[in-house]
Design a protein around this ligand. Sequence first.
Ligand code: NDP
Ligand code: 8X3
Length: 252
Amino acid sequence: MPKLILITGATSGFGEAIARRFAADGWHVLLCGRRRDRLDALKRELEGLHGPMAHAVHLDVRDRGEVERTIAALPAEWAAIDVLVNNAGLASGLDPIQTGDVDDWERMIDTNVKGLLYVTRAVVPGMVARGRGHIINIGSTAGKEVYPKGNVYCATKHAVDALTKAMRIDLVEQGIKVTQVAPGAAETEFSEVRFHGDAARAKQVYAGFRPLSAEDVAGIVHYAATLPPHVCINDVVVTATAQANSTVIARR
Ligand code: NDP
Ligand code: 8X3
């Protein structure tokens, strides 16, 4: 019986790479995100390669009602989720606290913290009932330290760090694994989203060094998800070799 993984934010970056990685390994993949065209294209692509093993659901993780309804309405063959990857997230803006855009702040808090909680709350009771499951939260080095102008984004990822530890405590008796993967700079659509579509500014973030790729992160998630039942990776901090911390990067 193939295992089932639900990935939030599967339309781009880490989430898309995670979907490809698990699909190639014979898993069934439940793809979630807001951009329907991309969800449908990825589902078609994966099914063309691997047969009928993908299901796409439109999901804005900020919409509590939509999250609850969508998870509750999953067809039986897509409901027994073995692994939940809470990946959907974003940075919006890079401004000092005194001039930060409150709409940016709300977008980040609603997505990175509240959205992660809504999805977790909807999925985990099924895992508890089945007596098995694995939650993998995508944190960040921004959840381990703070950097100039990172204020609210860093706070949301510190929340992911805290919630991962809290989930692990609450779910240990139920045999549910909880893992955080906390990457440093990785070249995806992340910086373009952070800079509100300014592709040239986004490119500068990765100039002069080789950042992580989405596939690098997907490989770590896959490794964590395929360890024996008695082994749980609690936390992984991973950066490019050229990145020492959020502000120290060897650029050539
Ligand atoms: P991308 O921008 O490439 O991907 C983000 C994904 O999140 C997209 O699939 C997007 O899908 C989805 N998403 C955003 N908002 C929502 C929402 N409200 N509801 C559902 N899905 C949503 O960035 P990354 O792949 O880099 O980011 C993935 C995660 O990794 C994020 O949590 C990010 O904070 C974290 N991260 C990124 C790092 C980096 O340097 N790239 C480093 C460390 C952590 P759609 O727009 O279709 O909804
Ligand atoms: C993404 C990495 O350094 O932009 O979480 O915060 S960083």
